[in-house]
Design a protein around this ligand. Sequence first.
Ligand code: IVH
Length: 672
Amino acid sequence: MANSFNNAKERVIELTKIINEHNYQYYVLDDPKITDAEYDILFKELLNLEVEFPELKDKDSPSQRVGGVPNASFQQVTHKTPMLSLGNAFYREDLEAFNKRICDELDIKQVEYLAEPKFDGLAVTIHYVDGSLSLAATRGDGNVGEDVTHNIKTINSIPLKISELNSKGAIEIRGEVFMQKDDFLALNEKQAEMNEKIFANPRNAAAGTLRQLDPAVAAARPLRFYAYSIAFEDNLRIKTQDQMYDLLNQFKLPTTSYAKTVFGVDGMIDFYNEINALRVNLPFDIDGVVYKVNQIKYQNDLGFVSRAPRWAIAHKFPAEEAESEIIDINVQVGRTGSITPVARLKPVVVGGVTVMNATLHNEDELKRKDIHIGDHVFVRRAGDVVPEVVRVIKEKRPDEAKPYVMPDKCPSCQQKLVKEEGEAVLRCLNGILCPAQRKQGLMHFVSRKAMDIDGLGEKIIDQLLDEGLIRSFSDLYKLKKEQLVNLDRFAEKSADNLILAIESSKKTTLARFIYALGIRNVGEATALDLANHFGSVESLISASTNLLEEVHDIGPTVAVSINNYFMRPSNIDEINKLLGCNISWPAIEVNAKNKELDGVIFVLTGSLPTLKRDVAKQLIMESGGKVSGSVSKRTNYVVAGEDAGSKLDTAKSLGVKVIDEAELLRILNKES
Ligand code: IVH
C-alpha cells in the first residue's frame, strides 16, 4: 500500500509536469507536441490517480482548472495598489506633448519606449503567493474589483503554479483578458442558435464570460490572456519594461509578440502605422497602441497623475462606428438553413473599411432594436469582422420608413420556413436540396479546418454548381481534369492542382471528417470529442441521444441535432458514398470499457466528500454506467452527498437504492 502510494505520488508529480508543459506548448506557444488524444490519456491518468489517492490532489493540479460548484455571487477585492487607466493620444501633437513632458522632467534628450498593441479586453490582476495562483480579480473601478479566480483558472495559458516564484512571497501579474475574433463569431453563432444573448463585440463577450458565476460556462468559451506587468516585483530586480516581458515569458505566461522598443515620436508613429496595417489580420481586436517608458527607474521617477501613469500613453485608432442609412433589408440562408436578416447600407467607411452590409442577427434582434427600412443607424464593425447595426437614430426616421416583415418562404428554394420551438431563428429545413444551403455546405466541407481542399474558393464552387458538375460532397471526388480545363478560370496547371488537392484531402482524420459534414451544433471541438469517444463513423451513426450525451460537453440540444442528422437516409447515403471514394483516417483507440456497469443508471445529488461531480460522472461513464439528471424507477443508484436535495426524497419514495461516495468507489473498484 505504502509502496503503491509512493509510486502514485511520484507519477502525479510527473504527470503534472508533463501536462503543464503540453499546456504551455499548446496554449502559449501554439505549437502542440502531442495529439489531443494523447493529451486526454495523460489527463485521464492524472484524474484517476487523484480519485484513487485524494490526498495527492494538489490545489495547483491541472485537474483543478474548472471547479465544480458555481459561485453564488462575486466577492469584492480591494487592490493593494490601484489598477490605473491610460491617458489617450489621437494626433501627433498629443504625442509631442507627452514626449516633451518626459524629456523635460527627466532632463534627457531622447526617450526609449516599449511600444505594443492595446488589447481591447479587460484588465485583470492575478495574485501568486509563493508561486501559487491564489486570487484573480477584475479592475472594477480601479480600487475595488471582483473576484473572478474561478473563471481565470479556466484559461489554460495561465499557469496555476510558477516555480520561479516559489519563495518570492506575494506578486501580482496584471494583463488583459480577451476573446479572439473567431471564437467570438463562433460563440455568437451558438448564442443565436440557442436564442441566447448576442454579444456586440469580442470585448463584451469576454466581459460576459468573466462575469459568469459558473466556471463551466467560462471554460466552454475560450478566453485568452496577455500579461503586461508584474506588480510588487521589488525583489525581482527588473530594470526595463522589456526585461519584465522576458521574465513573464520565463514564468511561461503569454505576452504579446508585437512589443518593440522605439525612440521618440517618430519611432512611436512608425510603430502605430505598422500595427495599424496589421490590424485587420490580427486574430484579436485592438483599439490602439501603448507606449511605455522602457526604464523602470524612469517610470518610478515620473509617477502618476490622477488615475494614469505619466510614463505611458495609449495612441488610439479612430472610432469604429459610423452613421449610415438602411436602403433595404433582405435575408441570407446559412449553412444549416438559418435565415439571417441583413441590412443593405448606404456605403460608409468604418475604421478604414467600406461597409455595405450589416447583420441584424435574427427577427427578435430586429424587433428589439426597432429597425425600419429607411432608418438612419449607427454601424459598427464588431470584432473587426462582421459589421452590425448598433442602434437606430430615431429622431432622423423618415416618414416613409417601414418595418421589415420576415419572409415565409426560403429565398433560395421557396420552401416554407419554420421556427422551431424555443428558437429565435427562422429556418429552411430543405437541407442539401436548398441551393443556398448546398453551396454553403460545400464551402464548409472544403474549408481549412474540414477537408482542407486548397484552391476551392466560392467562385469555383459556384462555377462547378452552375455547370452541374457537383451536387453533393462526394461529387467532388469524381471530378476529372478534362471537365475542369474547359471551364473559365482554369488552365492545365490549375486543373492539375485542384485534382491533386482533392486527392490529398482523402487522407484526413475522423474528427475533420465529422466536422466537414456540417452537422448543426457540431463545431471543431465537438467533432474531436465525438471522434475520440466513438472511434468510428459507424459507432457514431448508431449512437442514441443517451449515448451521445455521455460525451464530454455534449448536452441534450447537441445530441438531438446529431441524432436528427443521422436519421436522414440521404445523409447516410452521402456518407457511404464518401467512404466509397476512399476517404480514410488513422484508427483511433477508444478506451476499452469495463462492461460490468453497462446500462446501470446513477443519479448524483449533493456534494460528495472528495469527488468533484464531473470526476464522479466521468468515472461512472468510463465503467460503462450512465449518469442521469433525474431520479425515476429506472434509476439503479442515487449517490448522495452532503446537502442532498429533493432527489434523495424521490429516491426514497421510489425505493431506489441510495449509496454514498465510498460505496460508489467500491462499485467502481476504486476504493483505496
Ligand atoms: S498597460 C498603468 N498595456 O488599457 C496602466 N494596458 O486604458 C498600465 N490595456 O486598464 C496598463 N492593452 O486594460 C497596458 N498593452 C497594454 C494594454 C493595456 C490594453 C488596457 C488595460 C488598462 C486600459 C487603460
